[in-house]
Write a protein that binds this ligand. Structure first.
Ligand SMILES: [Zn+2]
Ligand SMILES: [Zn+2]
Length: 201
């Protein structure tokens, strides 16, 4: 749990510090935290007492930004420790969230879980239970461009593919949608494909 030998009585819930040794490992990426590298400790209560789970500060931002926000709220570091801005860590968190979603290999068909989402192409709501198509669109993060997922009505796919920031390929789109949407009922996938019009014909 923690390599620190003595745990003081009043352990604050979070601690940000330069690692005092190279003996701790990050619970996010599982790699060693080199001495001097900024790490976030999240206090946990275990059967043998309490101690810190350590994360590289950046790995914590990627995986548990809420804890990072709390630690910053408490200024959980000693005077003189240079920490990056919370904005830069929020940006890391946002990029990680987009990457995670993208990993579900867009393009794919999904069923709208509620009626609250809006089509990114026509801005009209997507009906609850209706199939929607997730495509990739170039998204700017500061000065970087990443591909992020957008959901559109099947009937709006043609227009979305023609958008200047579109990052999905039209050739083979139908085959990709079938292949990447195995968790959706085949009938719903075919219904969505039926609304694509001239796309990938
Ligand atoms: Zn890490
Ligand atoms: Zn639409």
């Amino acid at each position: 749990m923690s390599e620190e030998p003595e745990v003081p009585e009043q352990l604050p819930p979070y601690r940000i510090e330069g690692a005092r040794s190279s003996r701790s490992s990050c619970k996010g990426c599982r790699k060693k935290i080199e001495k001097g590298t900024l790490r976030l400790g999240v206090m946990i209560e275990g059967p043998f007492g309490s101690g810190y789970l350590w994360f590289h500060l950046k790995c914590a931002a990627k995986r548990r930004i809420e804890d990072v926000e709390n630690a910053y709220g408490e200024k959980a570091w000693d005077e003189g420790v240079q920490v990056p801005s919370i904005e830069s860590l929020r940006q890391i968190a946002a990029e990680a969230a987009v990457e995670k979603q993208t990993r579900k290999t867009a393009p794919y068909v999904e069923i709208a879980p509620s009626g609250r989402s809006k089509c990114k192409q026509c801005a009209e709501p997507i009906e609850q239970g209706a199939p929607r198509i997730v495509l990739l669109r170039a998204v700017e993060f500061g000065n970087q461009v990443r591909n992020g997922p957008i959901a559109v009505h099947p009937r709006c796919v043609a227009a979305a593919l023609a958008a200047p920031d579109n990052a999905s390929e039209e050739p083979g789109l139908r085959a990709s949608l079938r292949q990447n949407s195995l968790d959706v009922a085949p009938a719903a996938v075919e219904r969505a494909l039926g609304e694509l019009g001239a796309v990938d014909r």
